[in-house]
Design a protein around this ligand. Structure first.
Ligand SMILES: *Cc1c(COP(=O)(O)O)cnc(C)c1O
Length: 370
């Protein structure tokens, strides 16, 4: 059996940058708490994405949670959330006892449909915050979404967990909203084994998020708490991995682009295949190369044929409004996200993939059309 080809797996630098930063943490015994790697990783990531401040956290999910807290989302508040996403976008809304309203995608971006968002604003003018996601590294239509959020004076949170390295009209995703979040989970474009980042131009709110993330300890010699706290801060060892990985980001984006273009070149001619959308303002990181199949060959056949050869492929996210846990909440839109789920496939997009392996994937897929 050939070695498994992954959808997206951790890829440490050949140069060993990550180990150098980890070693520094060990040599100075700054294993915990916090330390230089955390401070520097925050600065370096903020600089990369063009935000004034950043807080390094244990997960991207935790970053969304603190963004909602920073936006003052509480009991009974309504939060708009894309339906086509990973559950980690929606779960923190429930942590805050708030109410999600799920918004459909459009075919132009696969992300939050501005028309459906506008409809939702008309239906729920009292909404407290909007979370927008940049799925698979494709940016949402930010001009329209930002304009709508301004018009209704609502806090915008960008879940950029999948879009580190993605730009919209030359500006980095995650830097449009009042808050942006990134994830360094194992399958993301860069990883710290697990971790997240909250970014904002509001330095005071980021300082507050750091305070919540360290158990809300007031300035006092004794342990004094006047607010609910969380244990969400990234460790100095983990941040060292992040600093090394961040050096590799541009190279990883280039490889993801190469993978996407390879598939597009070799498979586009097949009947029924459409690749994830591109448009002039979107510069995606192509985290996962994805396509839809509306013809004779179905996604399940592609996934099964690849799995037989030890190659990982996955369906597109199952929409939140179709999930048993979330189906009781309102949904605004039509059937776009449902169609993307039923017809979508994510192809192996591991940055360690070789041309020989890409060739094998392509050959197996083409075989289904013969
Ligand atoms: C991975 C991911 C998250 C969560 O990040 P974690 O670091 O795993 O908590 C949130 N939203 C989206 C869209 C993701 O893909």
């Amino acid at each position: 059996m050939n070695d498994r080809i992954f959808l997206s797996s951790p890829h440490m630098s050949d140069e060993g940058f990550e180990m150098e930063y980890i070693k520094e943490a060990f040599d100075t015994n700054w294993i915990a708490p916090l330390g230089k790697n955390v401070d520097e990783f925050e600065k370096e990531l903020a600089l990369k994405v063009g935000s004034k401040a950043a807080a390094a956290l244990t997960t991207g999910t935790g970053a969304i949670h603190l963004a909602l807290k920073a936006a003052d989302v509480n009991d009974g508040d309504i939060v708009f959330c894309p339906t086509l996403t990973f559950s980690a976008t929606a779960n923190p809304i429930i942590y805050q006892n708030a109410i999600p309203v799920f918004i459909d995608s459009d075919y132009e971006t696969w992300n939050m449909c501005p028309k459906a968002l506008e409809e939702a604003f008309e239906k729920y003018p009292e909404v407290k915050a909007v979370i927008v996601v940049h799925l698979y590294g494709l940016s949402a239509d930010m001009d329209k979404i930002v304009e709508l959020c301004r018009k209704y004076n609502v806090t915008l949170i960008e879940d950029a967990a999948e879009s580190l390295g993605t730009y919209y009209k030359g500006k980095h995703t995650g830097s449009f909203g009042d808050y942006g979040i990134f994830s360094f989970n194992g399958n993301k474009i860069i990883t710290t084994s697990g971790g997240g980042m909250l970014v904002s131009n509001n330095e005071e709110r980021i300082a507050k998020a750091r305070f919540w993330a360290t158990q809300s300890r007031d300035q006092a010699r004794h342990y004094q708490h006047s607010e609910l706290g969380y244990n969400y801060r990234m460790s100095n060892v983990v941040a060292g991995i992040g600093r090394g990985q961040l050096k590799m980001l541009d190279e990883r984006v280039a490889k993801k682009n190469y993978i996407f273009n390879f598939y597009k070149r070799e498979l586009s001619h097949l009947e029924g295949i459409d690749f994830m959308p591109s448009n002039e303002w979107n510069k995606p990181n192509y985290w996962l190369s994805s396509m839809t199949l509306y013809g004779r060959v179905r996604p399940i056949e592609v996934m099964e044929a690849l799995e037989k050869e030890n190659i990982e492929a996955r369906p597109v996210w199952k929409p939140m409004h179709m999930q048993p846990f979330f189906e009781k909440y309102d949904f605004v839109g039509t059937d776009v996200s449902e169609k993307l789920f039923e017809n979508g496939v994510c192809l192996p997009s591991d940055t360690k993939i070789t041309d020989e392996q890409l060739g094998r994937v392509v050959k197996i897929i083409r075989g289904l059309w013969e």
